[in-house]
Design a protein around this ligand. Structure first.
Ligand code: FAD
Length: 449
């Protein structure tokens, strides 16, 4: 079907088509025309040419974790990179060559084997590809910057099937666009990252409080994060207490607010910065301890399992004001879903020290990236879950300047992408027109756009 293709092709007549097409979010139920599971960069090139010749939208699929279903195009071609997942670490040069389909969990394991790391997200099953191209926020971001800030160069298959290398020196306009602009410019078959010494043991902490203490916790965070060192990565979240030990039985299934932190500085300072999180009184459960960084990175591994039904809303905010916290409290109490959580990723530090127009990712100055992640299992809940999330999202917009993280945009949010890219939008669209004039790869949200 695709001349010279050596990987696996799956289409609607194959028995395993349904299993092969579905991504992480079961709410996205589109039927691609073809899934091309590539074995090599040449396979990717052949598949892209095929899509261009047949007028099909071609989208890469790495970890398949796009909430909007960006990697699942109706009638399009999925360029599946799952097999192109090799990770080669050069410990001397502190450098990693990472296949376009590698997963974050594998990236952490491979780099930590040498005591090195690059910023990665909190869910090990997420693809390094999608995460990086949207920016890449994780616990190391305040110290090391976004994942894109550590991208040195990339191998890319362009819309005409050509295979190129891009960096600050080679095709710099493309390299600029890849750092935050998503998968709309080409298929990245290899990412080359600079690595940094991290751990392997780091100081970590969790502090769980009853939801009634949310205002107090957020006020504490507001003050603490003003002066926090870049070594501190922190995510507060509102969610239900898991019905398992070590959580006390009387709190199982109750709403709570938790602070999860990771500190990569010297142990004494790490403990000094994390310990106060445990001292707000009436804590449900908490600890500060040392842990291998790879283990810590699995903290959220089961929080949002593949095959669940998800709907997300997200904004950047500068201040965790009392008024904002009121809306979040209303949200966590009214939005249904066993996997539902509202989280805030602390930014600042190294993220903010890079210019807004230096990369396509423009949201450098925000202090928090706030996500409402609604997750449930029963399809009968779809309407209620989406409706309740939208109602809270509308109330949240008053706290937003309109900017938003591409990687957290859901499928009905395509119109927000322009605002999301802010001052970089015009340059981004010009680069898109130059590298993909026939829109082979779809818009910023790929198959969802
Ligand atoms: C449970 C969960 C936790 C998350 N946590 C974080 C987090 O901590 N930090 C964070 O920053 N983000 C996080 N995200 C968001 C995540 O970064 C995005 O959803 C990302 O797009 C997923 O990448 P993927 O490769 O798994 O997804 P896919 O669905 O495979 O791809 C997503 C998009 O990227 C494109 N793409 C993927 N690989 C390539 C490639 N090699 N070349 C070109 N285009 C490509 C696809 O075409 C598609 O448009 C999380 C998402 C989930 C579901």
């Amino acid at each position: 079907m695709i001349e010279g293709f050596t990987g696996q092709l799956t289409h609607a007549k194959h028995a395993d088509f349904d299993a092969a097409r579905m991504g992480w979010n079961a709410m996205i139920d589109r039927r691609p025309a073809l899934i091309a599971c590539c074995e090599s960069v040449e396979d990717v090139s052949r598949a892209v040419r095929y899509a261009a010749e047949h007028g099909m939208t071609a989208v890469a699929r790495g970890g398949g974790h796009s909430v909007s279903g960006a990697s699942l195009p109706e009638d399009g071609l999925i360029i599946d990179l799952t097999l192109m997942n090799s990770i080669v670490v050069d410990p001397e040069r502190q450098f990693a060559q990472v296949g376009g389909g590698a997963l974050l969990g594998d990236l952490d394991v491979a780099t930590q084997a040498h005591g090195l790391a690059v910023t990665a997200g909190v869910e090990p099953g997420t693809g390094a590809g999608g995460l990086t191209l949207g920016g890449g926020i994780g616990f190391l971001a305040r110290k090391l910057g976004l994942t894109i800030d550590n991208l040195v160069s990339a191998q890319v298959v362009l819309a005409d099937g050509s295979i190129i290398e891009t960096s600050e020196e080679e095709l710099p306009d493309l390299f600029w666009a890849l750092r935050g602009g998503g998968g709309q410019f080409g298929i990245v078959t290899r990412f080359n990252f600079a690595l940094h010494p991290v751990g392997p043991e780091v100081v970590v902490g969790q502090a769980w409080y009853p939801i009634e203490k949310a205002h107090e916790v957020m006020r504490f965070l507001r003050n603490t994060m003003q002066d926090a060192s870049d070594d501190l990565g922190l995510v507060p979240a509102m969610l239900k207490v898991p019905p398992v030990e070590p959580f006390p039985a009387e709190f199982h299934g109750q709403h709570a607010i938790v602070m999860v932190g990771c500190h990569t500085g010297v142990a004494a300072q790490a403990r000094a910065e994390l310990q106060p999180c445990l001292e707000l009184g009436d804590m449900i459960f908490g600890f500060v301890d040392t842990q291998p960084y790879v283990e810590f990175q699995k903290t959220f591994a089961d929080a949002s399992p593949k095959g669940g039904r998800y709907y997300w809303k997200s904004i950047f905010v500068d201040d965790l004001s009392d008024d904002l916290v009121d809306v979040l409290l209303e949200g966590i109490r009214t939005i249904p879903g066993e996997y539902t959580q509202i989280f805030m990723e602390a930014l600042g530090g190294a993220v903010a020290r890079i210019g807004v127009t230096n990369t396509a990712f423009s949201n450098r100055r925000a202090r928090w990236n706030l996500g409402v992640s609604t997750g449930w299992v029963d399809p009968a809940m779809d309407e209620a879950a989406v409706k309740a999330t939208r109602a809270i999202a509308e109330k949240l917009m008053q706290f937003s300047d309109g900017t938003v993280y591409l990687n957290y945009l859901d499928r009905d949010d395509v119109a927000r992408t322009q605002a999301g890219f802010g001052p970089n939008w015009e340059r981004l669209t010009a680069i898109k027109a130059k590298y993909d004039p026939d829109n082979v790869f779809g818009g910023p949200l790929g198959g969802a756009g």
